[in-house]
Design a protein around this ligand. Structure first.
Ligand code: RB5
Length: 156
């Protein structure tokens, strides 16, 4: 699936990086819905993680981008929403493979971890990669089964 409409969310550590990534995406023709904070006052990252995840899970957007200090907390929050597969990464290789093999629908990274150019490389790699399906589909289905039922029937 080609991503066209995206939601972006962040906490107080990532306002400047969010703005740069948003501008980078809009220049490339993506529609970006900002649901994060635009203030550097303390802001709890689960709020943005949940907002973006909800929009992706409900089909309001094709994918989501999340930025906090490390990308860890905000991706953990997003992954609690059924149907969300959020990857946190600090280089583009994992971002690309997470689309090709894991069909991730949210990408996260840390404003205290990566600089602007690496952040752009991460989102570009993530957005340009396609899920390969095939043997990977069965494993993604297993991940989703765990989220849906809190159990896994397959034992390998
Ligand atoms: C905020 O201080 C920090 O905890 C947050 O941005 C993030 O790194 C959490 O995972």
């Amino acid at each position: 699936m080609a991503f066209k409409r995206l939601a972006i969310g962040n906490d107080h550590t990532a306002v400047a990086l969010k703005d740069e990534i948003r501008a980078h995406l809009e220049e490339r023709g993506y529609e970006v819905v900002n649901v994060g904070t635009d203030s550097t006052e303390r802001f709890d990252y689960p709020v943005s993680g949940y907002r973006v995840a909800r929009m992706v899970a409900d089909g309001e957007v094709d994918g989501g981008i999340l930025i906090c200090g490390t990308g860890v907390g905000i991706s953990l929050a997003a992954n609690k929403v059924e149907g969300i597969r959020a990857v946190v990464c600090s280089e583009p290789y994992s971002a690309r493979l997470s689309r090709q093999h894991n069909d991730t629908n949210v990408v996260a990274f840390g404003a205290r971890v990566v600089g602007i150019e690496t952040a752009k490389d991460i989102v570009d790699a993530w957005l340009s990669a396609e899920f390969e399906g095939g043997r990977h589909q069965r494993r993604v289905d297993m991940i989703d089964e765990i989220g849906r039922t809190q159990h896994l029937t397959a034992t390998n």
